[in-house]
Design a protein around this ligand. Sequence first.
Ligand code: NAD
Ligand code: WQD
Length: 402
Amino acid sequence: MSPSKQTILVTGGCGYIGSHTVLRLLESGYKVIVVDNLSNSSYESLRRVHKLYAITAAASPSAQFEDAALPVETLIPFYQVDILDRPGLVKVFENHPEISSVIHFAGRKAVGESGRIPLDYYNVNISGTVNLLQVMEDFHVRKIVFSSSATVYGNPPSIPIPETSPIVTVMSPYGRTKVFLEHILKDLCVASVTKQQQYLEDRAKNTDGTNGAEVERNYEWSVMLLRYFNPAGAHPSGIMGEDCKGTPNNLMPFLSQVAVGKLERLAVFGNDYPTEDGTCIRDYLHVVDLAQGHVAALEKLDQEQAAGNYGCKAYNLGTGTGYSVFDMVKAFSKAVGTELPYNVTDRRPGDVPNLTSDPRLANKELNWKAEKTLDEMCADLWRWQRNNPDGYAVSPSIPHPI
Ligand code: NAD
Ligand code: WQD
């Protein structure tokens, strides 16, 4: 099916990665429906998506972008629904039988917090996802792109990290939810093959309950596990980015709040790691490149289905280049035009020295590659933070289709 005919349900579509992906989907010709409980985001992000999509449409007028003139609530039907709320999810699927796939971002993501309230993390991330999968199964929507994380590699034995690197379970409760969910999705794919075989056998014997009617069913699931490395940056327009609630946990949003004077200085968590400058190395990936990775993933799932291939596959989304904390302080200071203050403190428990991806599988099979440079990432993040020091502070009334 061509993108212009497909409707994608995006859970967590108001969040940081979700909102950038919603925009890329619209720009690529998909229709989008968003489910989000707004626990870590605001509806304003979709208004910004709408604005940016109108800019794209104005720059290249064509029939494909005619829908940019629609009001935001029509362009992007939005449901303030919790993924734990099964009747709420059912209603979304009932209202939109056209949904063909799901991109599932919704969940809680703060590593430190997950150690303090593990049950909340297991409940939202695991029970919420299982709930979503059950509703998808009931509505015969069996195609999903799932937000996994480089955290599943723990402290990897070698760098760069290929997808075949061991998946470990000795990390934070947050990290464990990603590991468990990868297993759950793989199990679902395996079971769905058996279910499909049984259906075909029953159909041949005319015991499938259809009384000989030509009902085409395919029970097989198509799952893509996208293991993101460290998403950073913002949309280059400076009107869409990460809207952190409270003090940021991650390096780049923290640094950007130091730059606008909301935080005094960065604490660099340890300079005695076995790396060149002693600070940890990560693979920072521009959020716009990451958003495009989801479009590439959907295209790949469609190609595979057209060839009769279903099942579960994991891909790293990263640049393949690692930067240290000091590298990032330097690069972001350059974008801001001033030396950002920091001091070195103790290591943060759980941090590992180096997480740098081997992205070649995604480059080859998804036809996707991170294009943006470190300087672009820093410049875009700074533009967003400078223009929106309080994020999406004001969120006017939210339209409710249900
Ligand atoms: P985010 O918090 O900005 O987005 C998540 C969205 O899900 C938010 O809009 C939030 O309101 C919503 N949400 C949370 N709980 C929900 C619930 N119970 N029901 C419905 N909606 C709910 O986070 P993000 O950075 O955009 O991350 C998106 C996904 O990618 C998450 O699954 C995260 O674990 C994963 N991921 C993120 C990173 C990262 O560094 N940002 C790295 C690897 C993986
Ligand atoms: C990067 C580097 C810190 C903050 C986390 C999750 C991972 C994924 C991405 C969701 C580290 C150092 C940080 C600060 C610092 N998220 N740092 N001072 O830890 O690589 O990954 O986010 O899936 O699962 O674990 O990202 O941005 O927190 O840290 O020195 O105030 O910056 O020690 O080396 P991390 P990060």
